[in-house]
Design a protein around this ligand. Structure first.
Ligand SMILES: Nc1ncnc2c1ncn2[C@@H]1O[C@H](COP(=O)(O)OP(=O)(O)OP(=O)(O)O)[C@@H](O)[C@H]1O
Ligand SMILES: [Mg+2]
Length: 294
C-alpha cells in the first residue's frame, strides 16, 4: 500500500479557454474538468493505474469537502479523510494553448491540530508519502513531529515542507530543479549529491523535459523521451507514484527510474494525471536513456 498523505487537498478545476489568456479580457470556457486534487491524489492515481494499492489521506471540509469525497470515490480511489473546519480549497488550471497552463491556487483552510492528530491515528500501514504544500499556519514543530512520527516517509513538497523533510530525516525527497534550488541555492545534480552526502536522504531530482536522476549511494540519470506536451501539471506526481510502485513491485532502481521518467512524460503528453495510462508509459520506456552510474 502506498499512502499519499496530503496535508492540503483541493478540488481541481481545469478550464480550457477559447483563446490565449489576456489579462483584463473576457474568456469563454470551452471545456471543464472538476476532479479531486492535490499532489497526493495524482500520485495515488498513478499507483492505481499500474494496478498497485494506494490511498489518499487528508483533511476535507465544507461543501467542497463533500464534493471531494464524492469525486474520489467515483474514481474508485480509496480515501482516509478526516472532516475539518473551513472549505476544501479550489485550484484552477487555465489551458489556453500556451506552453504551460496558468494555475491559480487558493491557500486552503488553516492547520487544525486536533483534526490532524485524529487523521494520523488512521493512516494505514504502508509506504507513506507526504505530498504537496502544508495547510496555512502549520507550526514548523508540529510538522517536524508528524514527519518523525511517520518514521522516514517519502516527501514531495517545497519550501518549508521540504526543509522540514531534510531536518526530520525523510527516506527520499522528490524536488524539481526549482524546489532543490530553493532548498540548497542550486538545482544541479552536484547540489543533490552534496545534499545526499550531508543528510543521507535519497534525492529523486526531476528535471522536466530533461528527465530525472536518483541520487543515493549510486547516482542514476535517465533522459526523458521527446514528446509533444498537452499538460505537464502533475508529471512529477505521476513520476514519483510510478517509481514507488515499481520499487514495491520488485523492479531494480534503474528499471523503476526509467519507467517513472516514461510515466512523467506520458502524463505530460496525454494531458495530466486524469488521462495518464500505464501502457503509454510502458511504450515510452524504450525512448528513455539510462546514463551510466556516476
Ligand atoms: N516537456 C517534457 N517532455 C518530456 N517529459 C517531460 C516534460 N515535462 C515533464 N516531463 C516528465 O515528467 C517528469 C517530471 O517533470 P517535472 O520535473 O516538471 O516535475 P514537477 O515539477 O515535480 O511536476 P508537478 O509538481 O507538476 O507534478 C520529468 O522527469 C519527465 O519525465
Ligand atoms: Mg512536483
Amino acid at each position: 500500500m502506498i499512502v499519499a498523505l496530503t496535508p492540503n487537498l483541493s478540488l481541481d478545476r481545469t478550464m480550457t479557454l477559447d483563446r490565449p489568456l489576456l489579462p483584463g479580457q473576457l474568456h469563454r470556457v470551452t471545456g471543464l474538468t472538476v476532479a479531486a486534487g492535490g499532489k497526493g491524489v495524482n500520485l495515488a492515481r498513478a499507483v492505481r493505474v499500474f494496478g498497485g494499492a494506494s490511498c489518499v489521506a487528508g483533511v476535507v471540509g465544507g461543501f467542497n469537502g463533500q464534493h471531494f469525497r464524492a469525486l474520489l470515490s467515483a474514481e474508485g480511489l480509496m480515501g482516509v479523510l478526516e472532516d475539518g473546519e473551513g472549505e476544501t480549497r479550489e485550484c484552477q488550471a487555465l489551458l489556453s494553448g500556451d506552453s504551460h497552463p496558468t494555475e491559480i491556487n487558493e491557500a486552503g483552510p488553516p492547520y487544525q491540530s486536533e483534526v490532524m492528530a485524529r487523521l494520523l491515528t488512521r493512516v494505514p500501514e504502508g509506504q507513506v508519502v507526504v505530498c504537496g504544500s502544508l495547510a496555512p499556519g502549520t507550526p514548523r514543530a508540529a510538522f517536524l513531529d508528524m514527519l518523525r512520527g511517520l518514521d522516514r516517509p517519502v516527501v514531495d513538497s517545497s519550501g518549508a515542507g521540504l526543509e522540514a523533510a531534510v531536518e526530520a530525516g525523510a527516506s527520499l525527497i522528490k524536488p524539481n530543479e526549482h524546489e532543490l534550488e530553493g532548498l540548497t541555492g542550486s538545482g544541479t545534480l552536484d547540489s543533490a549529491c552534496e545534499l545526499y552526502r550531508r543528510s543521507g536522504i535519497q534525492v529523486l531530482l526531476t528535471r522536466g523535459e530533461r528527465g530525472a536522476a536518483l541520487i543515493g549511494e549510486e547516482v542514476w540519470e535517465v533522459e526523458a523521451p521527446q514528446v509533444e506536451i498537452r499538460n505537464p501539471v502533475g508529471s512529477g506526481d505521476t513520476l514519483l507514484g510510478t517509481f514507488l510502485w515499481a520499487r514495491q513491485d520488485g523492479q531494480s532502481v534503474p528499471d523503476a527510474l526509467r519507467l517513472a521518467v516514461a510515466a512523467g512524460s506520458a502524463n505530460a503528453m496525454l494531458g495530466g494525471p486524469l488521462k495518464f495510462r500505464a501502457e503509454v508509459a510502458r511504450e515510452l520506456v524504450a525512448q528513455t536513456r539510462l546514463l551510466t552510474p556516476v
